[in-house]
Ligand binder design. Structure first.
Ligand code: MLT
Ligand code: ZN
Length: 464
């Protein structure tokens, strides 16, 4: 069958107008926020129901057509990029919150529900959906599940995985599975739900997710603290964790602050400039908690770990302090950064940072390097900015050389080459630095069980 004939058949499976093949749509829906690969899908299909998703997957099996799932397209590892003539399955029209259960504190979401839509829904019910990150206004729940999204509150609330009570998935054969039935306790063997979380659509598509909600946090209060060096950040974390129950502990370098202040719409936290900044957050539920925070701050100053600091006194100030960290990714995106998203256990962070920092300084002397991330949970974002003079291809090739050394250090510390952005296509060649050959063998075998025809997001996680 020709591609044109296949697309005509695909059109019969969904509502009129729900298959697009115009150049603009192919370019838009064929990519995510990465700039490494040129989008080249053959069509975009927009199912509106589980039955339509099943029909699309069965059709793809019959004709051996590769499918790429697409959510808010905010991914940073090219897991939702269609660069090889695939059909993109967009969940934009499966975007409803179908049910709410106040006793179970759960919301049943279609995959196209925007993260912020769920956060706002929870807030309306007096509850909280705690998985949060800068792209919450565009990212979709299905994509968050596909990458097991993390973000800025992981230190308290964990990753997306912790909030998925149950899933309905369409496997690579078109079969519908209901996984875990939203139970808290369920000791009936393998928890297949967990396999689909972080699978990047390589086993099947999520068509419904029951998400847990939490109690709303009380009087969230943030502090930004300026530190004299990398080495002071972890003692600050340790000191505050000894006194407070933190909801976040982030860090960023002075170079990041420069970029944010250049925008002109975010105030500096304080006048002193320091090489690094920690942003921490806690619930200031009582006067005693706020006093403990201030006493800990003073202790950190006495120890020489902190040079200056500020504590939010209003909701507006809280938001402004968060912008210093949350706006970094978007603000630097026009520099076409090469992104490393690496993690180690928290206790290893100081030694790991020192190793990576010296490696980067000796190997990227001409490039601007930005450090930021979720240091409180061991996740560091190392961003290398592209100099104007270099083409994208030359720049990524240079980064790839140093990458290997960075990943060797990650391996030495038993860390992860992708803490929260996923493997997709950008990290697939490096999987062996975090997973053993035996493990990768089992992973491929699992894929073959759920996707025997190899049509579900091929070339993601593992090379083609
Ligand atoms: C962040 O922490 O800001 C996000 O993971 C995005 C990024 O790393 O650029
Ligand atoms: Zn992050």
């Amino acid at each position: 069958m020709t591609t044109a004939a296949l697309i005509e058949e695909l059109k019969t499976l969904v509502e009129p107008g729900k298959v697009l093949t115009d150049a603009d749509s192919l370019a838009t829906y064929g990519k995510d926020w990465t700039k490494h690969f040129a989008p080249a899908p053959c069509a975009i299909v927009f199912p509106k129901s589980t039955e339509q998703v099943q029909a699309i997957v069965r059709w793809a099996n019959q004709h051996r057509v590769a499918l790429v799932p697409s959510g808010g397209r905010t991914g940073l590892s090219a897991a939702a990029v269609a660069a090889n003539g695939e059909v993109v399955v967009s969940f934009d029209y499966m975007n409803q919150i179908l049910e709410f259960n106040e006793f179970d504190r759960t919301a049943v979401c279609q995959p196209g529900v925007i993260t912020q839509q769920l956060q706002d829904f929870a807030e309306d019910k007096g509850l909280y959906y705690p998985v949060d990150f800068a792209s919450a206004g565009s990212s979709q729940i299905g994509g968050n599940i596909g990458t097991n999204a993390g973000g800025i509150k992981v230190i308290r609330y964990g990753m997306t995985r912790n909030w998925v009570a149950g899933l309905k998935v369409v496997t690579g054969t078109g079969e519908l599975l209901e996984l875990n039935k939203d139970l808290i306790k369920n000791a009936t063997g393998y928890d297949l739900r967990q396999l689909f979380i972080g699978a990047e659509g390589t086993l099947g598509f999520v068509v419904e997710a029951t998400m847990r909600l939490d109690r709303a946090p009380r009087n969230l209060t943030a502090m930004v603290l300026g530190t004299p060096d990398f080495d002071s950040i972890m003692p600050v974390l340790h000191a505050f964790q000894g006194k407070l129950d933190l909801t976040a502990f982030e860090f960023f370098s002075d170079r990041c602050l420069d970029k944010i202040l250049d925008r002109g719409d975010v105030p500096a936290p304080f006048e002193t400039r320091t090489p690094f900044y920690a942003l921490l957050e806690f619930e200031a539920t009582t006067e005693e908690v706020a006093e403990a925070a201030l006493a800990t701050f003073e202790h950190c100053v006495e120890q020489g770990w902190v040079l200056d600091g500020v504590m939010s006194q209003s909701e507006q100030q809280l938001q402004n302090l968060w912008k210093l960290r949350e706006y970094i990714s978007e603000t630097i995106s026009h520099f076409t950064p090469y992104k490393n998203d690496i993690s180690v256990t928290v206790s290893k962070v100081p030694a790991f940072l020192a190793d990576i920092d010296s490696l980067v300084n000796s190997n990227y002397p001409d490039f601007e390097v930005l450090w930021y991330g979720h240091i409180g949970d061991g996740n560091l974002h190392l961003n290398i900015l592209k100099p104007d003079a270099l083409s994208k291809d030359e720049f990524f090739a240079k980064c790839a050389t140093v990458n290997k050394w960075v990943f060797e250090v990650v391996q030495k510390y038993n860390g992860s080459i992708s803490a929260e952005h996923g493997v997709g296509m950008t990290k697939r060649d490096y999987l062996g630095y975090s997973r053993s050959a035996a493990e990768i063998g089992y992973m491929k075998a699992i894929k073959a069980v759920f996707d025997p025809a190899g049509i579900m997001n091929p070339g993601k996680i593992f090379p083609l």
